[in-house]
Design a protein around this ligand. Structure first.
Ligand code: GLU
Length: 514
């Protein structure tokens, strides 16, 4: 046996670029990353793109960007499509040593055979028809350019294949049930199990940590390792991620791609913390972990065998927590792309076609004082103005994209709402009009320099006390300023809008109710 196992821990994530980076793959990447880093090892990114029809560059880009955004950093990176010579070398070696063979069976033949086996209650596996083809027939077929696959030859079908899973303990398979499986289409299209086994060896992977759905692939990979004389890595199969109904997490449960969470405005630190608990727990009450503390605390012993249920409420809760930890400046920087995407504002002198993911939005903040144009009305505002707006919502934001619907009224020239919304309880139109009129009078007396939330609160609360029911004053004010039932306190909003806009909106509300 070729022993390539130094003591160094080396793990890998091996995504196929046939879709956006899935939260399940990202969770596997995280576990591999923190496990390697815990032992000062290396974490490897291997793009498994041998299926040229289904692999797409745009998915590879999404995988790379999403891992990078999560802060899961790889030490080495490989692309299987650039390693085809290596696989071919091993395929030829197996053929030469009679440990694999050419199979010329057509797809129709194989399908018919499979149907037959199923009909008589047998496991569907290859019959072995081409196993003993005479050399002359093989050569003739090759000469005629008949399409073929290469099959791995199970040498002893009575043999049991067993491995010690670090999470699940001993797992055993009958090689009889595996059958002579395909390792390559032609000589140049290696299949997953083969390319993965070769690469795990070539890349000196010490631990294979991956989803439970790959348990059935493990005996095939072990057979390949044994036949090629490779040493065997250690295996740990992580529990499946389940939706709230306990079926395997899928699209119908909601977002599954990391980029979808990113666009919604879930922070990377939230996802790291959340994903760590999809199958692992520290065995204590502690809930908040960043990537560094995970590296310190993680152990495979604390990974559960049973499915890990995805709890969206916990994700929202954690995101709210991490949003509240941000400085005013940082949270504003994070929210601005969503305001741009909603078409409320436009950065001055910067063309930003992709909104949230636009790299220009990032470089924007390198400027001392970035300025923006409010698209309705062309008013110019600066970063500090946006900071004030974002700040009053920081406490209640669950995810960043919510900022757009919560603050839209700051960016509208004219609000649209139903006049009935201005009524508090059983107030009549006349009462609402008089209240607005009173507000107009009171507020117009306050000087611009004193138009701040403290003064506004003091003055207006005094007035509200006189009326007895503060809703009668504050509700119409809130609706006039925001067009909404719920908002941040109207004093804070009035301060940000400023005296002129506040009075203009009250005037508009009066016109509406008249
Ligand atoms: N390309 C495989 C996948 O995306 C890798 C599985 C493995 O980790 O071996 O599922």
């Amino acid at each position: 046996m070729v022993n390539n196992q130094s003591n160094k821990i080396r793990t890998r994530i091996a995504p196929s670029p046939t879709g956006l980076l899935h939260i399940g793959t990202a969770r596997t990447a995280l576990f591999n990353y923190i496990f390697a880093k815990k032992f000062q090892g290396n974490f490897i990114l291997r793009i498994e793109d041998t299926d040229s029809e289904r692999s797409k560059k745009e998915y590879e880009k999404d995988i790379v960007e999403s891992l990078d955004w999560l802060g899961i950093k790889w030490d080495e990176c490989y692309r299987q499509s650039e390693r085809m010579d290596i696989y071919e070398k091993y395929i030829k070696k197996l053929l030469k040593e009679d440990k694999a063979y050419y199979c010329f069976c057509t797809e129709e033949e194989l399908e018919a055979q499979k149907q037959y086996q199923i009909s008589i209650g047998q496991a569907a596996c290859y019959s072995g028809k081409c196993r003993g083809l005479p050399k002359e027939e093989i050569n003739k077929n090759l000469k005629e350019k008949k399409p073929f696959v290469v099959r791995f030859k199970i040498s002893d079908s009575s043999k049991k294949i067993a491995f010690d899973d670090l999470i699940r303990g001993k797992i055993e398979f009958d090689s009889e049930l595996i059958g002579d499986f395909i390792i390559s289409k032609g000589l140049k299209k290696p299949f997953y199990n083969f390319a993965a086994a070769v690469d795990d060896f070539e890349m000196k992977i010490s631990h294979i940590i991956r989803g439970e759905d790959h348990i059935s692939n493990t005996p095939k990979q072990i057979l390949i390792q044994q036949t090629l004389g490779f040493s065997q890595p250690k295996y740990a199969h992580l529990p499946l991620i389940l939706g709230p109904d306990r079926s395997k997490l899928s699209k119908r449960h909601g977002a599954t791609a990391i980029s979808e969470y990113r666009e919604k405005g879930i922070l990377p630190e939230t996802l790291i913390n959340f994903m760590a608990f999809l199958g692992w727990n520290p065995g204590t009450e502690r809930e908040i972990y960043n990537i560094v503390s995970l590296i310190k605390e993680f152990s495979l012993e604390n990974v559960q065998k049973g499915g890990a249920v995805f709890n969206i409420k916990r994700l929202d809760y954690l995101n709210g927590f991490y949003i509240r930890q941000k400085s005013d400046k940082k949270i504003t920087e994070l929210c601005i792309p969503y305001l741009i995407k909603a078409d409320f504002i436009e950065p001055i002198d910067i063309d930003c076609p992709d909104g949230v993911n636009c790299p220009e939005t990032v470089s924007l903040f390198e400027e001392e004082k970035p300025e923006f144009k409010i698209k309705e009305g062309d008013e110019i505002i600066d970063f500090d103005y946006l900071k004030k707006i974002v700040k009053i919502y920081q406490e209640r934001l669950r995810y960043l994209s919510e900022i757009a619907e919560l603050t839209d009224f700051f960016f509208k020239d004219k609000l649209e709402y139903d006049k009935d919304l201005l009524q508090w309880k059983d107030m009549t139109d006349k009462e609402v009009f008089n209240t607005l009129d009173k507000l107009e009078k009171i507020l117009s007396k306050i000087e611009v320099k004193d138009f701040n939330k403290e003064n506004l609160e003091k003055i207006l609360m005094l007035e509200a006390e006189k009326i007895g029911d503060r809703g009668k004053l504050l509700w119409p004010l809130r609706v006039a300023l925001t067009g909404k039932k719920a908002s941040a306190p109207p004093f804070e909003i009035a301060e940000i809008l400023g005296k002129e806009k506040t009075l203009k909106r009250i005037g508009e509300a009066k016109k509406l109710i008249k």
